[in-house]
Design a protein around this ligand. Structure first.
Ligand SMILES: Cc1cc2nc3c(=O)[nH]c(=O)nc-3n(C[C@H](O)[C@H](O)[C@H](O)COP(=O)(O)OP(=O)(O)OC[C@H]3O[C@@H](n4cnc5c(N)ncnc54)[C@H](O)[C@@H]3O)c2cc1C
Ligand SMILES: NC(=O)c1ccc[n+]([C@@H]2O[C@H](COP(=O)([O-])OP(=O)(O)OC[C@H]3O[C@@H](n4cnc5c(N)ncnc54)[C@H](OP(=O)(O)O)[C@@H]3O)[C@@H](O)[C@H]2O)c1
Length: 503
C-alpha cells in the first residue's frame, strides 16, 4: 500500500486514539508507543510512516459522546415518515437545522464501565480526578465530565489538536477510480464545501448518532401531556426532573432503560416499563450474584417490588392519544410521556451516496434476525471489525461494540497502523470472507458484537497486525473486573431508586 495522507473522521475517543496511533508509527513499521505511560510515549518517530494525518470533526471540540451539551436533538422525529429506519434522519450533503449531531449523554450520567477500563493502553497513567470513594459516590464508575477530562488530557499530552479540523462535517467519501484515492467532501459551519483527497480513511464517527424508534401503530398521534417531551428518545433525555409527577411509559430493557429507570422511579407519579416481548414474563427468583454479563440488569427487571409496572411490547396508541394498548391486550390510559430507550442505528450517511452504489463498503443489517422493526446495528464484510473487505484503505474504529470500547478502538487503530505502514499485509479475500462468515454465524442478537469470552482471542488476532515494539493491549483486558464492578451498579440502582442516594 502506498499510504501518505490519512483522513480520520470524528474526534471522539476512537478518532483521537487513531490519530495518535498513526502519528506514532514510523516508516520502518515500528511504533514509538512502547509503554503504558503517556509521557514516555510522547516521543514521535523521526520518520513518520505517513506524511499527513488530518482529523475532521463536525463539532467545535473533542470528546464525541462524552461532550455533554444542554442542547439536544429533537425528542421525536415527527418530520420523518419512516422513523424506524436510519436513512431519512441525516442525508449526505443536506444542510438542515438538525444534523443528529448532539451527544446522548444526560446531565447526571456516570459511566457503566469502571474508570480503570476506560483508558487507552498508551495513557494508563493519566489520572481521572475524584476517583476515590469519598469524592465520588459512584466509584469505581465516574461522572461523564471526568471521562471528557481524560480525553482532553490525552489530547494535550500528545498535542493532537493541531491535527484536527473542527466544524468540519464529512458529507461524502468515495473512491476516484482513476486516481485510486479517496475523495472527501467536507462541509464547514458556514455551508462551504471543501474537497480533499486521501490515500486512506479511518471512520470513527461513533455508533450512537441516529436514534432507533420502533414503528408502532398511530404512534405520532400520541399527545400525552402535550409537552415537547411527550414522545422522546433517550438521546434527547437530559434530566429526570423534566418528568416529575408524570405518568411515564419507558420502552426498552437494556442499559439506557435501566439507567433512566433509577431516576424516574423516585421522580414520577407512575412508571411503566415496556419490554420487547409480546407478553410479560413471570419474575424469576433473584439468586446469588454471579459474574454473568447482564445478570444485574435481569435481576432488576425481575424484581416486581421496586416501584414500576412491567408491560409487554406496545401494540398501538389508541383512543384520545393518551392510551396505550400492549400486545398482550392490556390497555393503560392517561400516559403523560413515552420515553424510548430502544437504542441506536449504526449509520454512515457519507458512505450512503450514489457514488458508492454497488460498492458495499459496509453492509449494515437489523440487530435482530428476521425483524426489520429493530435497530440496524449489525454489520458484516468488515475484516477484523476494522478493514472494509471491499477496500482495506477504508477502515472503521469503535464499531465492534463490547464491554471495553476504549481499548477496542485503540486496537482497531493499531492494526490499521501496522497494515497501512506495510509492516503487515492482510490476508486474501477468501480468508477475510471466512473470518467474517464465522463472526456472522456466531453473532447473537442485539448491540454487542464481541462477547466477553471472545475478547482476548479477538484482541490477540487483531494485534498481530501491530507495528513492531507497540506495547501490548491484551494484558489490560480485565472483563472479570468489569463484570464484578457491575454488582456496584446494581447497588447504586437501588440506592437511587429508593432515594437513599442523591444524584
Ligand atoms: C448514553 C451513553 C452512555 C455511554 N456510556 C458509556 C460508558 O459508561 N462507558 C463506555 O465505555 N462507553 C459508553 N458509551 C459508549 C460511547 O459512545 C463510547 O465510550 C465512545 O464515546 C465511543 O467513541 P467514538 O469515538 O467511537 O464515538 P463518539 O464518541 O460518538 O464520537 C464520534 C465523533 O464523530 C463526530 N462525527 C460524527 N459524524 C461526523 C461527520 N460526518 N463528520 C465529522 N465528524 C463526525 C462526532 O461529532 C463525534 O465527535 C455510552 C454511549 C451513550 C450514548
Ligand atoms: N453509562 C451508562 O450508564 C449508560 C447509560 C445509557 C446508555 N449507555 C450506553 O449506551 C449504549 C446504547 O444502549 P441502549 O440501552 O440505548 O441500547 P441497546 O443496548 O441497543 O438496547 C435497546 C433496547 O431496546 C429494546 N427494544 C427494541 N425494540 C423494542 C420494542 N419495540 N419494544 C420494547 N423494547 C424494544 C431492546 O430489546 P431486546 O432486549 O429485544 O434487544 C433493548 O432492550 C450502550 O453502549 C450503553 O452501554 C450507557
Amino acid at each position: 500500500m502506498d499510504i501518505k495522507r490519512i483522513a480520520v473522521i470524528g474526534a471522539g475517543p476512537s478518532g483521537l486514539v487513531a490519530l495518535n496511533e498513526f502519528l506514532h508509527t514510523s516508516k520502518n513499521g515500528s511504533s514509538t508507543i512502547n509503554s503504558y505511560n503517556s509521557l514516555e510515549n510522547k516521543k514521535l518517530p523521526t520518520n513518520c510512516a505517513f506524511d499527513e494525518i488530518i482529523l475532521f470533526e463536525q463539532g467545535s471540540e473533542v470528546g464525541g459522546t462524552w461532550r455533554y451539551s444542554e442542547a439536544c436533538d429533537p425528542p421525536f422525529p415527527y418530520d420523518i415518515e419512516e422513523y424506524n429506519k436510519p436513512y431519512q434522519f441525516r442525508q449526505s450533503m443536506k444542510i438542515s437545522k438538525n444534523m443528529w449531531d448532539k451527544s446522548g449523554i444526560y446531565n447526571h450520567l456516570f459511566s457503566n464501565v469502571p474508570e480503570g477500563s476506560m483508558k487507552f493502553s498508551s495513557a494508563q497513567d493519566i489520572e481521572l480526578s475524584d476517583t476515590n470513594v469519598e469524592m465520588n459516590p459512584y466509584y469505581p464508575f465516574i461522572k461523564h465530565e471526568q471521562v471528557l477530562k481524560y480525553l482532553e488530557k490525552f489530547c494535550d499530552v500528545n498535542e493532537l489538536k493541531k491535527h484536527i479540523r473542527f466544524n468540519s462535517s464529512v458529507e461524502k467519501i468515495y473512491k476516484d477510480e482513476n486516481t485510486s484515492k479517496w475523495t472527501i467532501h467536507v462541509l464547514d459551519k458556514d455551508g462551504g464545501i471543501k474537497i480533499e483527497v486521501f490515500d486512506a480513511v479511518m471512520v470513527s464517527t461513533g455508533r450512537f448518532n441516529i436514534p432507533f424508534i420502533p414503528k408502532i401503530s398511530n404512534l405520532k398521534s400520541f399527545k400525552g401531556d402535550n409537552s415537547s417531551n411527550a414522545l422522546i428518545h433517550t438521546k434527547s433525555f437530559r434530566n429526570a426532573k423534566d418528568f416529575s409527577g408524570k405518568k411515564v411509559l419507558l420502552v426498552g430493557s437494556s442499559i439506557s432503560a435501566i439507567d433512566i429507570l433509577q431516576y424516574l422511579i423516585p421522580a414520577c407519579k407512575e412508571v411503566y416499563l415496556s419490554t420487547n416481548k409480546s407478553t410479560v414474563e413471570p419474575p424469576k427468583p433473584v439468586t446469588d450474584d454471579k459474574l454473568v454479563p447482564g445478570k444485574w440488569m435481569n435481576d432488576i427487571l425481575n424484581d416486581s417490588n421496586i416501584g414500576y409496572v412491567k408491560c409487554a411490547r406496545i401494540k398501538a396508541i389508541i383512543n384520545d392519544g393518551k392510551s396505550v394498548e400492549f400486545e398482550d391486550g392490556l390497555i393503560v390510559d392517561d400516559f403523560d410521556n413515552i420515553i424510548f430507550a430502544t437504542g441506536y442505528h449504526l449509520s454512515f450517511p457519507f458512505l450512503d451516496i450514489p457514488e458508492n452504489d454497488g460498492k458495499n463498503y459496509i453492509n449494515i443489517v437489523s440487530g435482530k434476525k428476521d425483524n426489520n422493526n429493530y435497530a440496524h446495528l449489525k454489520f458484516n464484510n468488515i475484516y477484523m471489525h476494522t478493514f472494509s473487505m471491499t477496500d482495506a484503505t477504508l477502515a472503521f474504529s469503535g464499531i465492534a461494540h463490547n464491554t471495553l470500547l476504549f481499548l477496542t478502538s485503540e486496537a482497531n487503530a493499531v492494526a490499521a497502523s501496522g497494515v497501512w505502514s506495510n509492516k503487515h499485509t492482510i490476508p486474501e479475500l477468501t480468508v477475510q470472507q471466512q473470518w467474517c462468515d464465522l463472526q456472522n454465524d456466531n453473532m447473537k442478537d442485539g448491540l454487542k458484537v464481541i462477547q466477553n469470552e471472545q475478547l482476548v482471542e479477538f484482541f490477540d488476532e487483531l494485534c498481530e497486525f501491530a507495528p513492531d515494539n507497540r506495547v501490548k493491549i491484551t494484558p489490560l483486558l480485565n472483563t472479570e473486573y468489569v463484570e464484578r464492578s457491575r454488582l456496584v451498579l446494581k447497588k447504586i440502582f437501588y440506592d437511587i431508586a429508593n432515594k437513599v442516594m442523591e444524584y
